[in-house]
Design a protein around this ligand. Structure first.
Ligand SMILES: [Zn+2]
Length: 530
């Protein structure tokens, strides 16, 4: 009897909530009157719809979350670019947009789902002639589904809660671009960034912080080791164009920053240029990078709308400037195969001494309380004021080191296999030297090692200072990492002994400092090593 009832109910259950194949699913925010965000399951439903109906989309699973959820990568191309090799052959820019790196910052995910539906329904097809578009709608899939009212309490709207910031292991994915401790960052860097080599990597967030008057703030690559041509193109061409386009739609966008609440006139400061941030990491690969931060004191519906308009404006910009972008990447590729022993790069940085004068918009903010909660929340009601302030969003190098022809790592015992794995995931080329004769090297000696007591991603941070001495040693069996390629700034940042966020600073070379020679040496001049 029980079986019969189940069988009778089955057709009803199967049709509940289902749409026909070519009708897009209603998105969760719209369905819930903007009180809920999409779960992983909801995202998968939209992906299924696109897989059934999109003419120009290819679907891949680029990796798995720590809790083993499949991470979808949607590849849109009208020219059949369904593999990195085919996309590279087309000679047109690849644009990557990643949503939800922080599970509680959900607007990018909702905006990308709208874009997926638009593309599936045949809109914006001319874009797909000029670019290959890669979309990662739910990067921190585990964090997204830990939905709670207690997360991101400062956010206006979506009162039924959002996911958590970190991944399931408690790691912050936007601090993990260098060390690659999380399965998510490993998958993104190895299977998307290193393989597809996108010309632009857009990383979508939401921000609280200072009550400035901008609907959305952004950051280009900030690390001063990034090639100046990337910075110039983004700061002088790309962002002014995007600001104008967004202004026409009624949105104020501006570089990311914060100020002391009582002293907005004293300065508006961006964040540090550390390589572990996604936008800075893209720059160190000598590619365009863009952080987008939707302002969380607006309501949920507005936040999705501004993010959607921003993403579409960014894509349109690359479509219109596809030739310029390809020319820029070709110039970089050509220049970086050459090596000069006068090359230098920075190991530490500070804000530029020459901030720009500018007029800072200040929001009018109401303090309200979340539904069923005594937690304070801020709500943007408009612009209150304009204050003359100083913009600190550029960095200068405060200490320089020479860039070698190659780094060499002594892994003859296999003690640094984990470093080789990390280099491979970044797509950095290396080989084992079979050179018998001695080569000139610069050997590092530690003068000062400060164990800061600080941890990053559950990993202790140390500050190292030392000196280099010239020596002649056999590199037979050593791992050689040449720097004559476009990843040169990234290679320097990982292997230079004193670099912030490098292998040594992140305590990835083991406790080798007291007795043994430092395991990485610099090969200062072009020499045959194989
Ligand atoms: Zn964030």
């Amino acid at each position: 009897m029980a079986k019969k009832i189940i069988l009778l109910l089955l057709p009803i259950i199967l049709t509940m909530g289902c749409t026909s194949n070519n009708t897009p699913p209603e998105l969760t925010p719209e369905q819930s009157n903007f009180t809920q965000t999409s779960t992983y399951h909801d995202v998968v439903e939209v992906v299924k719809y696109a897989r059934k109906n999109a003419e120009n989309m290819h679907y891949q699973i680029f990796g798995h979350s720590e809790m083993n959820k499949e991470l979808p990568l949607l590849i849109f191309s009208k020219r059949g670019a369904n593999t990195p090799e085919k996309a590279a052959k087309l000679g047109c820019p690849i644009v990557l947009v990643v949503a939800n790196i922080h599970g509680g910052e959900v607007e990018g995910k909702e905006a990308l789902l709208r874009l997926v539906i638009d593309l599936t329904q045949g809109k914006y097809q001319s874009w797909l002639q000029k670019i290959t578009l890669l979309l990662v709608p739910i990067y921190n899939a585990d964090g997204n589904d830990k939905i709670s009212r207690k997360h991101s309490m400062h956010q206006s709207g979506a009162p039924k809660g959002v996911g958590m910031r970190a991944n399931a292991k408690g790691l912050n994915l936007n601090r993990d671009m260098m060390k690659l401790a999380s399965s998510e960052a490993q998958a993104l860097v190895q299977n998307v960034l290193a393989k597809w080599d996108p010309a632009l990597f857009v990383d979508l967030h939401s921000t609280n912080g200072s009550p400035h008057g901008y609907h959305l703030t952004y950051a280009v690559p900030l690390n001063p080791n990034t090639d100046f041509r990337i910075e110039q193109f983004q700061r002088n061409v790309m962002m002014p164009t995007l600001r104008k386009q967004m202004d026409k739609k009624g949105w104020n966008i501006f570089p990311y920053g914060n100020f002391e609440t009582n002293q907005p006139e004293a300065g508006y400061y961006t964040f540090r240029p550390m390589p572990y941030f996604a936008n800075n990491y893209a720059g160190l690969r000598n590619r365009l990078g863009l952080l987008s931060e939707t302002y969380s004191y607006m309501d949920f519906e507005q936040r999705i709308a501004v993010t959607e308009d921003f993403i579409k404006s960014v894509i349109r910009f690359i479509v219109r400037h596809s030739r310029d972008v390809q020319d820029l990447l070709a110039d970089l590729k050509e220049d970086y195969v050459h090596y000069s022993d006068s090359l230098q790069a920075g190991i530490s940085y500070d804000y530029t001494r020459e901030p720009c004068d500018f007029n800072l918009l200040i929001s009018d903010i109401d303090t309200v309380y979340k539904e069923n909660s005594n937690k304070k929340m801020y709500k943007r009601t408009g612009i209150k004021d304009t204050v003359a302030s100083k913009l600190y969003n550029r960095f200068r190098i405060t200490a320089w080191r020479s860039v070698p022809f190659a780094y060499a790592l002594d892994n003859r015992t296999g003690a640094y296999d984990h470093i080789l794995k990390n280099l491979s995931m970044h797509g950095i080329h290396y080989f084992i030297s079979d050179l018998k004769q001695k080569a000139k090297v610069r050997q590092f000696e530690i003068d000062d090692l400060e164990r800061t007591g600080k941890t990053l991603q559950k990993n202790s941070i140390q500050k190292i200072k030392g000196t280099f001495n010239t020596d002649y040693i056999s590199l037979h069996g050593w791992v050689i990492i040449p720097t004559s390629n476009t990843n040169r700034p990234l290679i320097f940042q990982l292997l230079e002994p004193e670099a912030e966020d490098g292998y040594a600073a992140r305590n990835m070379l083991g406790d080798i400092f007291a007795s043994k020679p430092f395991p990485v040496v610099k090969v200062p001049e072009p020499v045959k090593l194989k």
